[in-house]
Design a protein around this ligand. Structure first.
Ligand code: KIV
Length: 276
């Protein structure tokens, strides 16, 4: 499992029609599990803000908070390609700042590429980052960083006009140099059209089965985020219940003097003890 996945491997998977797997991870233990499972791409997503750091949305998270977690993931990932999600404000102010911040993700975070949200309007930014030698993954459809402008967590591209705009966006960011594109919360028929009209892989989340790959937020799919579970998530485990039961059992054991037992304790020899 040790061969490191490259950007070329991801692009080749689309050509070979082999589905691409992507999951988020944010720290050493989650990255280790995802990497060892052989997932193609680990996204250190800014969903970190909500599922780990307790923010209400993804807008507030800073580049330093992102980098802190990115570094933990890149320290451990041997196999998966690691992509760092650029947080809101780190690429929206100027092209120059966007390139400088993407460079930080590469130099300090040691990622293999960055992801950023936005369509046609982000093309100049994507082009400049790619020119600096940094692979970029695009993200269109429901873009949580601009939720205020979108009017909430809503499915995007439901009208013919909105769908046309999404197809144009996908082509524009492909032309700007994206090596793949995340499609979030888009009708399945539109994701299929986008997937057929671009040469780079599409990775869907709530975008149907016809994308070139799929991504989920790890904490959603293992049942470790309690606030809400989007319709598009399949929960493969209920980890919160297991953790909660273990914590309650520990509390009971301590309160009832069942823990620690002799096997969890250290002992001094009787000879030494007598000298006390
Ligand atoms: O931040 C994130 O986890 C993401 C995925 C939902 C694609 O952007």
């Amino acid at each position: 499992m040790n061969k490191k996945i490259t950007i070329t491997d991801i692009i080749d998977k689309k050509k070979a029609k082999i589905p691409i797997t992507m999951l988020t991870a944010y720290d050493y233990p989650t990255a280790l599990l995802v990497d060892e499972a052989g997932i193609d791409i680990i996204l250190v997503g800014d969903s970190l803000a909500m599922v780990v750091l307790g923010y209400q949305d993804t807008v507030s998270i800073s580049i330093d908070e992102m980098l802190h977690h990115v570094k933990a993931v890149t320290r451990v990932a041997q196999h998966s390609l690691v992509i760092g999600d650029m947080p809101f404000g780190s690429y929206n102010i100027s092209v120059k700042e966007a390139v400088a911040n993407a460079v930080l993700f590469m130099k300090e975070g040691r990622v293999s590429g960055v992801k950023l949200e936005g369509g046609t309007e982000m093309s100049p930014v994507i082009e400049a980052i790619v020119k600096a030698g940094i692979p970029v993954q695009g993200h269109i459809g429901l873009t949580p960083q601009t939720i205020a402008a979108l009017g909430g967590f809503k499915v995007q591209g439901k009208s013919a006009n909105a769908a046309k705009k999404l197809i144009e966006d996908a082509k524009a960011i492909e032309d700007a140099g994206c090596f793949s594109i995340v499609l979030e919360a888009i009708p399945a028929q539109i994701s299929k059209k986008i997937t057929e009209s671009v040469s780079v892989p599409t990775i869907g989340i709530g975008a149907g089965a016809d994308c070139d790959g799929q991504v989920l937020v790890l904490h959603d799919m293992i049942g470790l985020f309690d606030r809400f579970t989007p319709k598009f998530v399949r929960q493969y485990a209920s980890i919160s219940k297991i953790i909660s039961a273990a914590i309650k059992e520990y509390k009971d054991d301590v309160e009832n003097k069942k823990f620690p037992q002799e096997k969890h304790s250290f002992v001094m020899s009787d000879k030494e003890l007598k000298k006390l």
